[in-house]
Design a protein around this ligand. Sequence first.
Ligand code: SF4
Ligand code: SF4
Length: 131
Amino acid sequence: MSGLAIITEACIEVKDRACVDVCPVQCIYEYNPTTNVLFSEEEAGSGVIENSHVPDPDMIAVFSDTILYVNVDECTSCTACYQRDVCPVGAIYPEEQVPDGASKTQYNSSDANKGHDHTFFIQLTRDVFAD
Ligand code: SF4
Ligand code: SF4
C-alpha cells in the first residue's frame, strides 16, 4: 500500500501526540518501558488503550520511549497525520517520500533534521513491532 506513514527523528523528545489525535485507526503507538508494551489511544493521554503490541527487544532499544511508532500493518494511508498542520516538527512522511539525505530530496519545512537520511525509520517502524 502506498502512503504509509513513517515517523522520523524530529519526533524525538517532542512527542506531543498531535498525530495520535488525528489517526482514525489508532495505529500510532507509544512505548511504555515499565510494562514493556507498545500501546495506542483514541485520544492521546486519555489512559484508554485501544490497541497494544509486544515490542522487539532489540529494535525498541534503539529509541525506546523517546519517539512514537506507526504500525504500518495497520495504517490505512489515510494521509491525516502527515498533513502540514499536524506534526509541529515535520517528523511524519509518507513512506515513498521519506528523505534519503540526497540534496534533491524534499523535507518538511519544519523538520529540524533536514539533510539527514531518514530511510532508517522505514525499517525501524516495521521491526519494532514483534507481533
Ligand atoms: S496515514 Fe492515517 S492511518 Fe496511517 S498513521 Fe497516519 S493518520 Fe493513521
Ligand atoms: S505529531 Fe510529530 S512530534 Fe508529535 S508525536 Fe506525532 S510525530 Fe511526534
